[in-house]
Write a protein that binds this ligand. Structure first.
Ligand code: ADP
Ligand code: MG
Length: 250
């Protein structure tokens, strides 16, 4: 098995408090890995360290065998590490088609002028069309993001991340706040992500976690508490007592 992304003894302190406490984690190529843990366990902090939003206090982040600990965020995106945010970060005044056209143009290296007809470039148009279809957004592609349902916005967020052609996609709670009736659509999309994209999913919804993941890592108080396949984690009494037994949406 090839390890794509790895952390070694990663530590992040805020003052005296260790939000990330000596985390050594390996993510294999093509992984369907979930990161779970109680609120405040340090899941988002770990994603921030992997993506370069935060610098670790100590320890290393390794991508394809190369130390990227000090590499800035935008250069990690270029190397294929792309994330979605727990909180929506889309432009409210743009449509899904415009948002995707901007990202895709940027990705293939042509600067998109917003006053030009979008999708003038055939490659951009084609890629946008396929993303809109794949993410079930073709019906709303010309509506302003501000008017989209919450679920559709999350779908657009994942589509935008995928438009960056990630080799590693980090999803931070994709169904958090999504109403019941829209969750299944997001489950389907997450489950249908391309097999060659390595996925690390943070999620509180155990239906999604246990359907999606092959490997589950459990974080508690900033430290890796347990790791294993879905079966061993879902039946581990230690994990149950710290996490699965308590409110899953707390
Ligand atoms: P999770 O995503 O698992 O809910 P977080 O990574 O958001 O957890 O937070 C882990 C801990 O680190 C929490 O106690 C949080 O309050 C703290 N924390 C996160 N970011 C900061 C920050 N920028 N400054 C101080 N404390 C922080
Ligand atoms: Mg979080």
């Amino acid at each position: 098995m090839t390890v794509v992304l790895e952390t070694r003894n990663l530590v992040k302190r805020f003052g005296g408090f260790a939000a990330t406490n000596d985390v050594s984690l390996k993510i294999e190529k093509g992984a369907r890995q979930a990161l779970i843990g109680p609120n405040g366990a340090g899941k988002t902090t770990l994603i921030n360290l992997l993506t370069g939003v935060l610098e670790p206090t100590s320890g290393t982040v390794i991508l394809n065998g190369e130390d990227i600990t000090r590499l800035p965020s935008h250069r990690r995106v270029r190397r294929g590490i792309v994330r979605t945010f727990q909180i929506n970060q889309l432009f409210a005044e743009m449509t899904p088609l415009q948002s995707l056209a901007m990202t895709v143009s940027n990705q293939i290296g042509i600067s998109q002028r917003l006053w030009q007809p979008l999708g003038r470039d055939a490659r951009v148009a084609e890629r946008c069309e396929s993303l809109l279809r794949q993410f079930n957004l073709d019906d709303v592609m010309d509506q302003k993001v501000a008017y989209l349902s919450y679920g559709k916005r999350r779908q657009l967020e994942i589509a935008t991340a995928l438009a960056c052609q990630p080799s590693v996609l980090l999803l931070d709670e994709p169904v958090a706040g999504v109403p019941e009736g829209e969750r299944q659509a997001i489950f389907d999309i997450v489950n249908a992500l391309p097999a060659d994209v390595t996925v690390l999913l943070i999620e509180h919804d155990m239906d999604l976690v246990f359907n999606f993941a092959r490997t589950v890592s459990v974080l508690v108080d900033g430290a890796l508490f347990a790791e294993g396949d879905v079966k061993s984690i879902s039946t581990d009494p230690r994990v149950k007592s710290v996490y699965l037994g308590e409110s899953q949406h707390g």
